[in-house]
Design a protein around this ligand. Sequence first.
Ligand code: OGA
Ligand code: MN
Length: 287
Amino acid sequence: MSTQANKTKIDLDIRPFSKAPLGAEVRGIDLSKPLSKETQATVYKSFLKHQLLVFRDQKLTKQEQVEFSKQFGELERHTLRNRGQEDEPLVHVVSNLGPDGKPTGKVNSDMWHTDKSFRPLPSMATILHAQVLPPNGGDTCFANMYAAYEALSESEKETLDDVKVVHSWELSRENIGRVMSEEEKRDAPTNAWPLARVHPETGRKALFMGMHASHIEGRPLEEGRAKIIALEEHATQQKFCHRHTWQSGDVLMWDNRCLLHRADPNFDASLHPRILHRTCLRGTTPA
Ligand code: OGA
Ligand code: MN
């Protein structure tokens, strides 16, 4: 075994969050350098086990973030309005700044969701790297959809068998008061996925919904919406949730197949900038 591999093995320190329903901090790793195969495998195994990994004190350029992300899968492009910037289109800049570079007061992604669930291949993982943080707040919240599913009664679980949810980017934009252009609609047609999906790697069932989830396939719109809203209320109870308080240098990597997440606009977003760099890895067809 090489010295490098030995070093990685000894230094890597994975600390599950105590009293939290998900998440672990990973220490002893510099994400700006290529990881040994062994470290990659350990990180991925921890990601599957804890659903959210937090790496502290990192300082990645956009290109380094792309290189880090690529070690775990295939990078996903972003929606038409979020194509990133020309220097690195695969990195989406998440921010509350307007075209004039000033805080707008608006924080995006503040409703529970799983990334790109309206896509034919919804995201497997999202990697988010803090660039500029407000003095306080601007947390990101996570909810464990394995735990939410497992907490349902057996008869409730049975009612979810074979139920499919229509995920729609158009509806999700309407909900935040935006009408999409025809070009945008063509770019993101709807898709229907099992409400309780089987995680392709762990084999565990997880609720799969969030703000892009519109209604239930084959059922009246209002009935389906009501069902989804009620389930989301159940699934995002405090006991299933973990709140990430950002520190400068943080990199988060989470599993979109079994978590919901949202930004908490708990800071003055008209005064303070909040900027993060995001990469997404493509998943598989939910089943
Ligand atoms: C995202 C997202 C949450 C946040 O980038 O996909 O949901 O806290 N971000 O900004
Ligand atoms: Mn998101």
